[in-house]
Design a protein around this ligand. Sequence first.
Ligand code: DC
Length: 226
Amino acid sequence: MSTARKLVIAIDGPAGSGKSTIAARLAKKLGYVNLESGAMYRALALKAMERQVSLDDGEALRELADGTAIELEPRGEGNRVLLDGRDVSQRIRDTDVTAAASRVSIHPRLREVMVGRQRELGLDGGVVMEGRDIGTAVFPNADVKIFLDADESVRAERRVLQDGSHSPEKAQRVLAELTARDQRDRTRLASPLAAAPDAVHIDTTHKSIDDVVAEVEQLVKKVDRR
Ligand code: DC
């Protein structure tokens, strides 16, 4: 499927709701660029950890971000992420960076920098951008806004399966981490994880990836015809 116009498609939702997979598949089908905004927070968090910049110091983090190049290179599934030219695609998925990304992302000054860069990346349209505040703060005028969600236990289970090995202890730990991160992402003052009033909600708990992609494609078609 191709679209007549180069649209901006915003996909938001909590961890494990299916954002990354759905965004990547949809972008491929449309011939669009898939951009993972969370990878930018993850990369910056990694640099802060390496430089021993406090994750609680918003101003220092903003300064750090000002002097940092973060590139997202779209690939088949997900993005290759370059931090000052270094490939950190794998490292930023580790649990320590995951927790740190959630912590750095609460700071409004840092978010200003990130949101500005994300807007630039989507300026020409033809993008599927996924994150927490894409439909609310980054592209409030996005052509299509989707908010994905799923039951917490299912989202945790998906994360466990993604990592390969499975054990009851690991499942419990992942669920606890996910709950803590959700809580922080939803309750922070600056652009908390929330659905835009005009976003279409899709609960992916009992749906296959193909079903969700097809549903979003229908929404895109409708908007494209307008
Ligand atoms: O989508 P993700 O799990 O890679 O995101 C990592 C963290 O970055 C997440 O805990 C919250 C933050 N984030 C954000 O605040 N705004 C976004 N648009 C994307 C991610």
